[in-house]
Write a protein of this length. Structure first.
Ligand SMILES: [Zn+2]
Length: 95
């Protein structure tokens, strides 16, 4: 995967999805393939993540963003459940 930035208007606001060599993490946060910077509306995904990890990471961070945007107050376990469930449901070739 190549480093790149995708700009999207999502849920009424401008978001950036950045595929980067190094994901910025908050202090004390464990090393991760992704990070959702809700304050700046940036989703980071590590370009070194294997394909499936990149997909589930992107799903996870998008769910984090939706959780923040709509004040869903999902806890992290619920976010992880949604991530895994969506990953399974979307796991097919479209063509
Ligand atoms: Zn998370």
């Amino acid at each position: 995967m190549k480093a790149k930035t995708i700009k999207r208007k999502l849920w009424g606001r401008e978001w950036r999805i950045k595929f980067v060599k190094e994901v910025p993490t908050e202090e004390a946060a464990e090393a991760n393939w992704g990070f959702c910077d809700t304050g700046n509306r940036i989703i980071y995904v590590d370009i070194n993540a294997p394909e499936d990890e990149a997909k589930s990471t992107l799903l996870h961070e998008v769910i984090e963003a939706i959780n923040y945007t709509y004040d869903l107050e999902l806890d992290h376990t619920q976010i992880q459940t949604l991530e895994a469930a969506l990953f399974e449901a979307l796991e097919f070739e479209l063509r």
